[in-house]
Write a protein that binds this ligand. Structure first.
Ligand code: SIN
Length: 279
């Protein structure tokens, strides 16, 4: 079986054709997909039909599954599966800011596999931006300034009683009195463990400030980096069909779900793969 890898843009994303993931994921195919993921940051497949267990089995070929601490017990009977659900009149959707997933954890997930179950006839695209391209485009002076800098990542804006998120969207997060904030310090520039490329590693959903500085002091540089991180020439945009699958490297790309589907339903099933501590 010959896989074809077609880049979606110059910096980010490629579509892979010629494989039924549920049936044909041989070791050779796995290696080709990994290589494409390392090169493009996110890979896409169309016309994939499988159930929850097969989705998890495919993800497990790439690593151990990750259980999201804020979705646990909120809507899926299976903690290894997150249903990313948008009902027609939801004002808000999961992932509507540029972000990497779950970076408040000391070891954020390596990646995620998102499968399109019910896809609206228009809208609801997902965009991705490659953070090696973002880092490479910084000036030498800025790169020197970021060297050794670390930033705080917290989940207080996306879960817990003060986030206000559950009133606005159908995919619920933990927000009870027993919820506790998770915070981690991560390097602002991380080195990808497989490619050795340097990647910008801050995002709007989780990063609040630099180590040893107040949030107000951090804001101007953080805002600059976050704006820079999703420049159009670092990005690609994926148009979903029912049966499409996106597999992103959460260490390498940011992503955003576009909330522009009007009064239509969108339902996706997501499985995450465990990752390592960013260095
Ligand atoms: C997410 O941020 O994982 C959701 C992406 C999407 O629904 O397109």
């Amino acid at each position: 079986m010959a896989l074809t890898v077609t880049p979606l843009s110059g910096a980010c994303g490629a579509e892979i054709a010629g494989i039924d993931l549920a049936r044909d994921l041989t070791d050779a195919a796995l290696a080709e997909i990994r290589a494409a993921l390392n090169q493009h940051g996110v890979v896409f497949f169309h016309d994939q039909a499988f159930d929850d267990e097969t989705h998890k089995a495919i993800a497990r070929r790439f690593g151990q599954l990750f259980i999201h601490p804020n979705f646990r017990g909120t809507g899926s009977a299976d903690p290894e599966i997150v249903w990313v659900k948008r009902e027609p009149h939801d004002p808000s959707v999961v992932g509507e800011q540029w972000h990497a997933d779950t970076t408040m954890c000391a070891a954020p997930p390596m990646g995620a596999l998102l499968h399109g179950i019910e896809v609206p006839p228009f809208g609801g695209d997902t965009m991705f931006a490659h953070q090696a391209a973002a880092y490479d485009a910084l000036s030498d002076g800025m790169k020197r300034m970021l060297e050794g800098l670390r930033a705080w990542h917290t989940d207080r804006m996306v879960a817990g009683p003060n986030s206000g998120i559950n009133a606005r969207r159908s995919t619920k997060v933990r927000d009870g009195a027993d919820w506790v904030e998770t915070r981690s310090l991560h390097p602002v520039v991380r080195t990808h463990p497989e490619t050795g490329r340097r990647m910008l590693f801050v995002n709007a959903s989780y990063t609040t400030g630099f180590e040893g500085m107040t949030e107000a002091e951090s804001r101007p540089l953080l805002d600059y980096l976050m704006e820079h991180s999703h420049r159009l020439d670092f990005s690609c945009r994926f148009r979903w069909r029912a049966g499409s699958l996106a597999f992103w490297d959460n260490r390498a790309v940011l992503h955003i779900a576009l909330n522009d589907t009007g009064p239509q339903r969108r339902l996706m099933r997501r499985v995450q793969i465990a990752g390592d501590v960013p260095v």
